[in-house]
Design a protein around this ligand. Sequence first.
Ligand code: NDP
Length: 333
Amino acid sequence: NQQILLSKRPEGMPTEENFEFKNTAVLAPENGQVLVRTIYLSVDPYMRGRMSDAKSYAEPYKLNEMISGGIIGEVVQSRSDQLSVGDKVIGMLGWQHYNVIEASGVRKVDDTIAPLSSYLSVLGMTGLTAYFGLLDIGNPQEGETVVVSGAAGAVGMIVGQIAKIKGARVVGIAGSDNKTAFLEKELGFDKAVNYKTAGNINDSLKQACPNGVDVYFDNVGGEISDAVMSLLNDFARIPLCGAISSYNRTDGDIGPRIQPNLIKSRSLIKGFIIGDYSDRFDEGIQTLAKWVSEGSLKYEENIVEGFENVPQAFLGLFKGENLGKQLVKVNDE
Ligand code: NDP
């Protein structure tokens, strides 16, 4: 049973040196527990925060201990009435091939109604983040302009499409021509801007948003957000979801640096953590699943194969290597 430990806390951009592979024995489940074989493992930007020891909303990972995160697996041994061998389950589990866990610590998923991996993407945390952040805080109205940064990532891609479903005009910001073309051609974004080649991002955005910005779903923070927030219409709404442009910074300087504009436009800016919506997850999953089955919501997964590639897949998030949700397929379904 191979595991991945946090061997060193990163300063700035993490590297493979922050991770260590370790071989251990597979443990046997005790009463009330199950043994779960990992199938899909989710790597997420928030894990960068947990690799540091700074206090945040999620507990820091402990040094020289196993990293954990969202995992989908199969029950291969059960000593619980609640789960049977062969059941597919999702939970926050350790980065290893086999986890022993209380049956109540995982949730059964039905792979006959949706692909297994989708429970870690569109029907999982990232889909729900897009759904509640956009609809609860952003509240986009027909004809309004919605801008989303990190638009070709797991959350951003869903945000833009939900905004389209609600009748908004959608502008995405992403880091490659391949990504912007995908957003416009495959997902129906009205416009997508490549922030790396845009030259003056302020000018490019101004052109892309001739009627200003009513909703800005912020995944990245920093200069990109400064540029979007210079275009806010009166009573704009800004769900603050993430600030990936700052996660590896060591100087701490990050926006928003356009306060006068926020005041002048009387905008609402609100941070949120997806866990706050846990009592409404069923509603979110049902609606997302309905849109997927109707064909109005597409999703994309960037699936890398092999446990040995988990660190690289994680590091790739900070280099923009993923289109859609980054997952690792650790073992066969
Ligand atoms: P993504 O799938 O969007 O992957 C990260 C993407 O961020 C990369 O592909 C890259 O795309 C972009 N990126 C990386 N570095 C930078 C940078 N310096 N400046 C601008 N863009 C950058 O991840 P998720 O969809 O899972 O997460 C998106 C955001 O949402 C993150 O900030 C995350 O922390 C946050 N989040 C917040 C939650 C909450 O509860 N509040 C829950 C889930 C996620 P590109 O090529 O475009 O640069």
